[in-house]
Design a protein around this ligand. Structure first.
Ligand code: G3P
Ligand code: CA
Length: 239
């Protein structure tokens, strides 16, 4: 079972910052997940939320800021263990740190209601320019975004991200995942039971579960045949 550093080693360093990714690399991580947004002046950046309220205490939206403005804001302010200044990194900088050691890269593109028109082409171009298509997988909660990625690139590996799924909604979700040609199905730990995982595996999906931060859950995921877990602790199985 693959352990995917979720927002870097975000249990130990502020999520989605260079510090968090550098630490995950130091810990020997080979699989990474991170969230992609775009600034007002078109720079692809890595941050979870659409705004900076939770991480920096400022409700300003990433889409409203230039990169220069964004880079002056401390997004480690929420991380009580170490709130010293960390900025939102450019996606390119994150890839400079993790692309070489990574065997698997999950770009989660946050593009609800197509807030960032054209982001699919920018990300696809970046994968090509860096020659990392083969080890990259694109996922998004916004399924229109996945469809646009598919239209741009028939060979791109896509992951379907289930949003507010219940067991009853699993079959329709699988249908949508197949329609877009997803090879992966990512879902919440709440739904990660043997029967659900078996159904997905029978349909040929690789199944990855978020967010698994307790060792007991990680061991259960492994025992029911999950392919990967997103964890804030890259060393979760060694704890
Ligand atoms: O990509 C898996 C997981 O990160 C999705 O949820 O809210 O942590 O981006 P979220
Ligand atoms: Ca994510």
């Amino acid at each position: 079972m693959m352990i995917i550093s979720h927002r870097g080693a975000s249990g130990y360093a502020p999520e989605n910052t260079l510090k968090s990714f550098e630490l995950a690399v130091k810990m020997g991580s080979r699989a990474y997940e991170f969230d992609v947004h775009r600034t007002r002046d078109g720079v692809l950046v890595v941050h979870h939320d659409f705004d900076l309220k939770r991480t920096a205490g400022s409700p300003v939206r990433i889409a409203a800021l230039s990169y220069d403005e964004l880079s002056k804001i401390n997004v480690a302010a929420h991380f009580t263990q170490d709130p010293s200044f960390q900025r939102v990194p450019r996606l390119e900088e994150v890839l400079d740190v993790i692309a070489a050691p990574a065997e698997w890269l999950n770009f989660e593109v946050k593009n609800d209601d197509n807030l960032y028109p054209g982001i699919e082409a920018s990300v696809t171009d970046l994968l090509k320019a860096r020659g990392i298509e083969a080890k990259s997988l694109i996922s998004s909660f916004d399924h229109g975004t996945l469809r646009r990625f598919r239209a741009l690139s028939p060979g791109l590996r896509l992951g379907y991200l289930g949003h507010n799924l219940g067991t009853a909604l699993l079959l329709p979700a699988m249908k949508k995942a197949r329609e877009v040609g997803a090879v992966n199905f990512h879902m919440n730990l709440r739904l990660a039971f043997g029967l659900n995982v078996a159904k997905l595996k029978r349909e040929g999906f690789n199944v990855c579960i978020y967010t698994v931060n307790q060792k007991a859950d990680a061991l259960r995921m492994r025992s029911i045949g999950v392919d990967g877990i997103f964890s804030n602790y890259p060393d979760i199985l060694e704890k």
